[in-house]
Design a protein around this ligand. Structure first.
Ligand code: ADP
Length: 444
């Protein structure tokens, strides 16, 4: 700004000064045109006017005759000498000139002296004026502009610092609140609505906090469920053992019977622990997946071969329907566990002499496995819960047939790890169908 102002001031001052001098020149030239200055006889009046002009503007005035001889010089230095300069020649052609020499700080103006009658150029008036006064004004202006500039700079700095302190306050409050929540001192949600940004941060943080609390609750619930499930067989064992100890002369048959029951409870405890371990393995990150290209037909056949004898004990018919050979990129162990759990459930919750249909199909993208049974079915209100850990529709029945409530949770985890989906359709008393959809190629 300073440079722009100073430059325009300089230009304007020079223009004004030039115009003034040109004016004066024109007036003097008019007076000269009537006198016989060319003969060196300039009237005293005009002479004093020339001197006055040079004094006022702190400059030099020369009158040049048409033979380029200097007829008058207010400095009295070059009178009688010849001057041939571009400006003078141009002026003799009838056109006055004006130049500003910024480096040497002077303005030079030429003005033609016209003959009163013929309008011919009879001479040239050359005026050189120093611009020292303009330069001095510029220096003063420059100093003032610098002071104003520095003052404005300081004011802006102070204001910016103040504004900065005020503006970051809400963010500092957010940081303090987050720290308080992180350290567990504060159970509240964030409410920092000073700016839209802080509001968005608060909302995002509250969402995350909500999710963390849900996770925390579900972890607590899981731990309490696990403890409860593990405690039940232990309680039975303690009751059995205590009742044996409290009696005297217990017959050997009773010992045998009670020991058999104890062994069953131990077996059950073992099964729960094994299922829990499988579930924990499923919960680990996907890098633990051992993905290979597998023939799905063989994979399903293998599972059914192992489970058919168990189904046969209740005269349940197991049918495998394979629509086409399917190869998919899967972790054989984990997916087998999922399918086994579904088929085992289909056996466990089936009626005697019932049937199980397992089908395998695929399109260009997915592989579909369906396990349908003619069993007892699932009540509609329970259908959305059966994939939860330890959820059982009929707790006592499930326990009787050796269920832990973890089978479907394991199956769901395994399917989700493969980026697949698992769904259930059931009709109470008619049967249940589970469908699994797995992408043919695994994308991590
Ligand atoms: P469980 O070890 O008790 O079988 P799951 O997680 O495998 O545990 O199953 C959860 C519950 O879902 C079971 O207790 C049962 O009530 C119900 N369920 C699972 N599969 C079937 C099925 N094929 N038919 C009827 N009910 C089923």
């Amino acid at each position: 700004m300073k440079a722009v102002i100073l430059n325009s001031y300089e230009k304007r001052a020079v223009d004004v000064r030039t115009a003034e001098i040109q004016n004066q020149c024109t007036i003097l030239c008019n007076q000269l045109s009537n006198s016989s200055y060319l003969d060196g006889i300039t009237s005293e009046v005009i002479k004093s006017e020339l001197v006055q002009l040079s004094n006022i503007y702190n400059g030099r005035v020369m009158v040049i005759a048409n033979d380029f001889r200097i007829a008058e010089d207010t400095y009295d230095m070059d009178k009688g000498k010849t001057i041939v300069s571009e400006d003078v020649i141009q002026c003799f052609q009838g056109k006055g000139t004006s130049n500003y020499d910024a480096k040497n700080k002077y303005i030079e103006v030429t003005s033609p002296i016209l003959d009163g009658n013929t309008e011919d150029v009879t001479g040239v008036m050359l005026v050189s004026v120093s611009t020292d006064t303009i330069v001095d004004s510029l220096a003063v202006l420059d100093g003032k502009a610098s002071i104003v500039g520095i003052t404005i700079g300081v004011v802006i700095l102070v204001l910016a610092s103040l504004a900065g302190v005020v503006m970051v306050k809400p963010f500092q409050r957010i940081t303090r609140s987050i720290s308080a929540v992180t350290e567990g001192y504060d159970d509240n949600y964030l409410h920092e609505n000073a700016y839209t940004e802080t509001q968005l941060i608060s909302d995002a943080f509250n969402k995350m906090l909500g999710r963390m609390r849900v996770l925390d609750d579900s972890r607590n619930e899981f731990v309490s469920n696990v403890s409860h499930e593990l405690k039940t067989p232990l309680t039975s064992m303690k009751v059995l053992a205590d009742s044996l100890l409290s009696q005297e002369d217990v017959p050997a048959e009773l010992y045998k019977e009670f020991m058999g029951d104890l062994s069953e409870e131990i077996e059950r405890e073992n099964k729960i622990i094994n299922d829990l371990l499988s579930l924990v393995k499923m919960d680990k990150t996907a890098n633990t997946l051992n993905i290979k290209s597998e023939n799905m037909n063989t994979l399903v056949e293998k599972i059914l071969k192992r489970l058919r004898p168990i189904a046969a004990t209740r005269n349940i018919e197991v049918v495998f329907e394979s629509f086409r050979p399917v190869t998919a990129e899967v972790d054989e162990m984990k997916l087998s566990l999922a399918i086994s759990n579904l088929v085992e459930n289909a056996i466990k919750y089936n009626k005697d002499d019932g049937w199980i249909h397992v089908s395998l199909n695929a399109d260009h993208k997915y592989c579909y496995i369906e396990v349908a049974d003619s069993g007892i079915g699932i009540p509609e209100e329970s259908a959305e819960h059966i994939f939860e850990r330890f959820y059982r529709v009929d707790k006592s029945h499930s326990r009787e047939i050796g269920g832990t409530g973890l089978g479907l949770a394991i199956a769901r985890s395994a399917v989700l790890m493969h980026r697949g989906a698992i769904k259930v359709y059931s009709q109470l008393g008619e049967g249940t169908t589970f469908t699994i959809r797995i992408p043919l190629t695994y994308v991590s």
